[in-house]
Design a protein around this ligand. Structure first.
Ligand code: 5GP
Length: 125
């Protein structure tokens, strides 16, 4: 079910539980500010999620409230993860769903990294 982009952070969301080590994940990369792991239901040959370690619901919440160090650390971690996955050539797609219209399902900011094949047009019409 889609969730709102703003509002109180839910400490029991699935990604908070992954960050606390309560639920396993197939980790790709970890930095002081971010964790990257394979999506449980991949929609491309490579489908990895990168999440900040702080309690932010969405891009809207993170961009308004995170510190400069958290923002820089997270953005760098996304780029590093794509590089570690060998996706810089021939390329990859980043996607961050924020809120109900975007069908965000997990209320902890995550950037999807898709790659491993030609990804076609940007959005379904
Ligand atoms: P959203 O629709 O919120 O942008 O994407 C949420 C993503 O989280 C989905 O692609 C879904 O497959 C993934 N996901 C949901 N639960 C889990 C989980 O427990 N582990 C992992 N690795 N991915 C999950």
């Amino acid at each position: 079910m889609p969730v709102d982009a703003l509002g109180a952070y839910d400490d029991n969301n699935i990604f908070a539980r992954i960050l606390r080590g309560e639920i396993p994940c197939k980790q790709v990369h970890e930095t002081p500010h971010a964790l990257a792991f394979h999506d449980i239901n991949p929609q491309a040959p490579t489908h990895v999620l990168v999440i900040p370690k702080g309690p932010y619901r969405s891009w809207a919440d993170f961009s308004a409230k995170a510190s400069e160090a958290e923002i820089a650390g997270f953005v760098r971690a996304v780029g590093e993860t794509a590089k570690l996955l060998g996706l810089e050539e021939p390329g990859y797609r980043l996607l961050a769903n924020a809120g109900v219209n975007a069908h965000q399902e997990v209320p902890h900011l995550h950037v999807h990294i898709f790659g491993g094949r030609a990804l076609g047009p940007m959005l379904a019409r």
